[in-house]
Design a protein around this ligand. Sequence first.
Ligand SMILES: [Zn+2]
Length: 151
Amino acid sequence: MKETPHEIKIHNNLKAGVISIDGFLGDDSRHYHEIIVEDRNELLKLNTTTEELADRMNYFTEISFEHYEGSVLIDDHYEVEYRSYRGKILCPFFHPGLFRKGEIFLYNKKNDIRICWTPLNIHMIREHCFLEGKGSKHRLEPKELYRSLFE
Ligand SMILES: [Zn+2]
């Protein structure tokens, strides 16, 4: 695949040590376009959308962010904890704006699924359908993500 100069810059941003220490691709050898296309197909199969996922993640994020100490039980069976870190991070796709650094841990007590995401994950899902490469620290598997948020 021939990349445009802009795409080459994005690809570089996704590598470890450029925008974040760990990068966003993990040990995934696929081009980020392919990662996006395959995950988009997975979301279609699950009958969900990036918007629906991002809205739901945002819902849990906002409540846990307001809750300063430890975890908070939301809607009966979602145990959620926000851990904040100093600093902000840029979108690797060159969007203006900065995103809070932090991690949101969700434990779904009903199906026993645990997942973790960052505020930047929410943005990248909503705007880019990018769930990161396999093996990346904050990679989100579509099915697991969906089940953890909606079951
Ligand atoms: Zn962006």
